[in-house]
Write a new protein. Structure first.
Length: 393
């Protein structure tokens, strides 16, 4: 991880979009009279319109890729009558390699931007600095003016400390201290849910909603979630959801990871009858907990068919009656079923064994939902999946 440049830009009432400070000092804009410096990392004219965007798209992060680098910035627009044109618009930008992960830098960027906002809102230090005698702007001869202003020194210290140590502590005075820490992938893994850390989202995983999503009006801005939400039924795997919703697989994985992080989704394996499950440590607690047993019985019960509409003015016909679903299974029955799942016994063999030993000769899937029985057991820790792996000798 390497920060290539950092800059502070402004929309000046007279100069227009301009870089006030940058570090390294010749990274983006160099004096016209200087020929002894390496070429700039990027061309400022190509990105200036995006770095200082219209007011209605300010106050949110953005990223621009150009010349094999990525500019991560957060334009800010402060509105107040004391400023020219009643606005003070600035931006802080980090320049990294194009293939660098964005998330760690975005968090550092947000905190740095908030810090600069507080400097301006509380003390007006950013606006005051532009009028200091002897101040040099990036690209002017003699830049930077030593011991004039605070922004250039702030950028220099952040740049050097983040590159050297992965964190920075910059103290401007007794009241303003900026602490930053560049988090790596291992830091995100520790913070994420256990299922995200040890079970990456794969195309064959089945996302299951364990908590309802908020009201759609609060997340309609997420186009991926809007597209995939109708197909997240606990049966479709991620690859299938991608095909049904016509959404790129990478976007679906990212959306699912986000929902896992917020505790709304867990990942399951695709249900099939050749899978092998065995009792886990939660089976003992399940046998003792009557409330969880009742929850299981209600969850695995087959749905009742909708009542047929009848007209009291018409005589009854001889049409066959709609068969009703069996009642929910008893507590004893689900305990016996979970206990019968043993290592080496596939779900298909488990169902056939119950059919052979059942006096009513009804198949198990005519008494309850077998898929939901397995799903409930995995969610509650009653069952664990036994995997088979091919071994090359």
């Amino acid at each position: 991880t390497m920060l290539q440049a950092i800059f502070y830009a402004r929309f000046h009432p007279e100069r227009g979009p301009s870089i006030v400070h940058q570090y390294p000092d010749h990274s983006i804009i160099s004096p016209n009279s200087s020929d002894d410096h390496p070429p700039p990392i990027l061309t400022w004219a190509d990105i200036s319109a995006y770095i200082i965007p219209p007011y209605d798209v300010c106050n949110r992060p953005l990223a621009i890729c150009t010349n094999d680098v990525r500019v991560i910035a957060l334009p800010v627009s402060l509105e107040d009558a004391k400023y020219a044109r009643n606005r003070f618009t600035f931006n802080i930008g980090f320049v990294v390699a194009e293939d660098e992960p964005v998330q760690p830098w975005e968090q550092v960027l947000r905190k740095t931007s908030r810090f600069l906002c507080q400097l301006e809102i509380e003390d007006g230090l950013l606006a005051v600095e532009e009028h200091l005698a002897g101040l040099k702007w990036a690209g002017e001869d003699g830049y930077p003016a030593r011991r004039v202003g605070i922004v250039h020194d702030l950028l220099r210290d952040v740049f050097d400390q983040l590159n050297d140590y992965g964190e920075a502590c910059v103290q401007l005075n007794d009241f303003h201290v900026l602490n930053l820490r560049l988090e790596g992938p291992e830091d995100h893994d520790r913070r994420d849910d256990v299922s995200t850390t040890h079970n990456p989202v794969r195309p064959w995983h089945v996302p299951l909603l364990i908590r309802d999503l908020p009201d759609p009006s609060t997340w309609t801005w997420d186009l991926t979630l809007r597209r995939i939400h109708p197909y997240m039924d606990g049966v479709n795997h991620i690859q299938r959801i991608s095909e049904l919703a016509d959404v790129e697989l990478r976007l679906i994985k990212r959306a699912v990871r986000e929902m896992i992080h917020h505790g709304r989704v867990i990942l399951l394996d695709i249900f099939h009858y050749q899978a092998v499950y065995a009792g886990a440590s939660g089976l003992v607690e399940f046998i003792k907990d009557v409330d969880v047993q009742d929850e299981c019985c209600a969850y695995v019960a087959l749905p009742q068919p909708p009542p047929s509409s009848t007209n009291s003015n018409k005589a009854p016909t001889s049409a066959p009656a709609v068969p009703s679903a069996p009642p929910p299974p008893t507590r004893q029955f689900v305990i016996e079923l979970y206990s019968a799942l043993q290592p080496g016994v596939s779900v298909a063999d488990f169902c056939l064994a119950h059919h052979d030993g059942n006096p009513s000769k009804l198949p198990l899937n005519a008494l309850l939902d077998v898929r939901r029985l397995i799903t409930f057991g995995v969610i509650k820790g009653i069952l664990r999946r036994q995997q088979k792996y091919a071994l090359a000798i």
